[in-house]
Every structure is written in structure tokens, then in C-alpha cells.
Design a protein around this ligand. Sequence first.
Ligand code: SAH
Ligand code: SF4
Length: 389
Amino acid sequence: MSATLTESERDRVLAKSALFSPPPVALPDGRRELVGLSRPELIEELAAIGEKAFRAKQLWHWIYHQGTTDFSAMSSIARPLQEKLAQRFVIGRPGVATEQTSIDGTRKFLFRFRDGQEAETVYIPDRQEDRGAVCISSQVGCTLSCKFCHTGTQKLVRNLGAAEIVGQFMAARDAYAEWPSPRGETPRLLSTIVLMGMGEPLYNYENVARAMQIVMDNEGIALSRRRITLSTSGVVPMMDRCGEELGVNLAVSLHAVRDDLRDEIVPLNRKYPIKELLAACRRYPGSSNSRRITFEYVMLRDVNDSETDARELVRLIAGLPAKVNLIPFNPWPGSIYEPSTTAQLNKFASIVMDAGFSSPVRTPRGQDILAACGQLRTESERVRVRPAA
Ligand code: SAH
Ligand code: SF4
């Protein structure tokens, strides 16, 4: 894809994404949501009520470092101002509609947003260490319909707003009481974000980017970009921008090494075929041997798991700083595929490994509560199409 073509495609992707905008930041009672605003926007909101910029710094600290939702707990702010803030603003969280914990410790939250739409978030504790990852959704549903993915059977309802994306992480931290203690102990459990929940993050780039900029801000949640991984099914025109602006780790849902098969199981491939996808990976800013691109590959029995497929995979990614994450297929009600046999999985993994790529097999987590990769789906439905702004 030439540079200009990529740019116009990018504009097209962004314009389409705007059709699925989240609800506005103002509540029906007129109060405004502070979560999800950028620092300059927060300064502006405060200026509008006659407060100076240093207040924004204080508020930022309370909201994102301490995890406070209550203005009256903000001890560095005098009572009259606390009251003034509470009259005009809120520091919200998505509501927990349901919550389930798997026998392996994985915990799935179904969050409900202000307009009643829902999305799932999964906390996946690390087996060895005392820490874990939060798997965050970027959309309610998905416009794409990868054949092996449960979310793909649900139509895109709408994009999540920045507040709803950061809010999933913050609400998960609330559930684990994982905010810094008054003695200054820092959170450990919820220290990694993977954008691998419901939806295609690069089809909601603006909100995802805004949310990630907030979580990376040093005076707040302060996650390093190395602790964030964004997974895309291959929205080529947005990949460069993601690398330049966010510099987070990239995971690419490859799943097939031939266009005919990928066209079928990851239909986005018809728009951005394998060659273009890999070219975008080669250009991805910030990838290196210490920060490799992850290629996700869901192992579907007798569909994409042959030794020929493994050798072709190795040929395609040759020279890239890459690792391959083999994902055993997680079935869901109505799915048409079978997981590969363990023997086939191992054979595939060893071909990839012998070629010099690390090829860990992703152990399914939270399968008993349908929290594993590709099992997320909500009952939210699209009510009406919002006209373009
Ligand atoms: N839309 C993005 C991110 C969400 S999906 C993407 O597609 O990359 C996160 C990962 O789970 C993707 O690699 C996806 O292909 C994989 N996945 C989807 N359904 C799956 C299933 N049933 N079993 C195993 N992995 C699945
Ligand atoms: Fe959407 Fe990713 Fe599922 Fe494909 S795998 S349908 S892009 S969420």
C-alpha cells in the first residue's frame, strides 16, 4: 500500500469509526464525567469554573494515582472546592453487572455502562508470579466476523469511549483493592493490560489511544508502554499510527498463512491481505528483539494446523523480531471448529521453534466461565444507528 493510499484508507477507517460513537460525557443531570479526559481537557474543564491549572494536577493524582471516586476524600482540596467539584463533575466507574471467578483464578466482569450497554473484562492472574493481566474490551461487539470468534457473532453495537476503556481497568483495580496504599505500596496484581477483549481496537483507535495515553501518564496509573499489548486482526492503515503515537506492544491475529484461507476465517484479510499486513509489521515502530511482535495463531484442527502451514508461517515472518503465540481453539456454543490435537500442536510448535522463534502455547484460562480468548460475547444489541456527526 502506498503512503497516500494508506492515508486515505486511514481517514476512511476513522470516519467509519465515528459512526459508532459512545454516549456524550455529560450525564442527564448535567454533571460531567472527568474520567477519560486528557490533561489539557481537564485543565479546560477547571478553567471553565475559574480554577487554575494546578488543580488539574491535583485531581489527576486523586483520580488516577489514588483511584479516588469521591471528591470529599481529596484531602489536599479544601471543603468548599470539593463541594463545588461534586456539583459539577463525577468520577465514574462502569457498574458491575455480573462477576464470575474460574477455578483457575481468572475473573470475568460484565460491566454495564451508562446507556445500559455491556462489555466483558477479564483478569488473568499469572500462574507463577504474584501479578496478572487485565484483558480489556474496546467495543461492544465487533464489526468483523472471524469465524472462530464468539464476539464476531455479535454485531458491533458501538465503540467504547475512553472513559469506559480506562474505566474497565480502574473498576478491576477497585475489585482487587489495588490502588497504592497510604504507606506508598504500589499495585502489583493489575500491572499489565492486554487489549484482547471484545472488539477490534484499531477500529476504535481514537478512544483506545486516549485511554492508553491516560494509563501511561507518569503521574497516574503510570503503566509503561511495555506493559500494554494491543491485539489487532490486521487493520493495516492504523498500525503505523498506533506504533508512532502509542508505541505499545503489538500482537497480530494471523491465524492463516494463505490468503484463501485467511479470507475465509479472518474476513478482514480481503481488505488487507497477508502481504500488506506483514509489510505493516515490518514497519511497526519500536519493535526490536527485546520488543517482539506477537503473532497469534489459533490452532483449528485440520484447518490451519498442518506442518506445511507451520513451515509457511516461518517463511512469512523470517527476519521479523517476532514470537508466535499458539492459541488452542476455545469452543463456544455453536462454534464449528475443533481444537487441534496436542500432538499436532506440539509438532507445529516445534517447527516454529526450530526456526528460531519462541512459540509458547497459550494455556486457556477461565474456560469454565467462558472467559478464554474468543469466548466473550454479551447480549447487548444495537438499538439504532447514530447518524454521522
Ligand atoms: N479483535 C482483536 C482483539 C480481540 S480477540 C483481534 O482479533 O486481534 C483476541 C484474540 O483471541 C485474537 O487473536 C483472536 O483471534 C483470538 N480468538 C478469537 N476467538 C478465539 C477462540 N474461539 N479460541 C481461541 N482464540 C480466539
Ligand atoms: Fe473481532 Fe477480534 Fe473476534 Fe475477529 S477475533 S471477530 S476482530 S474480536
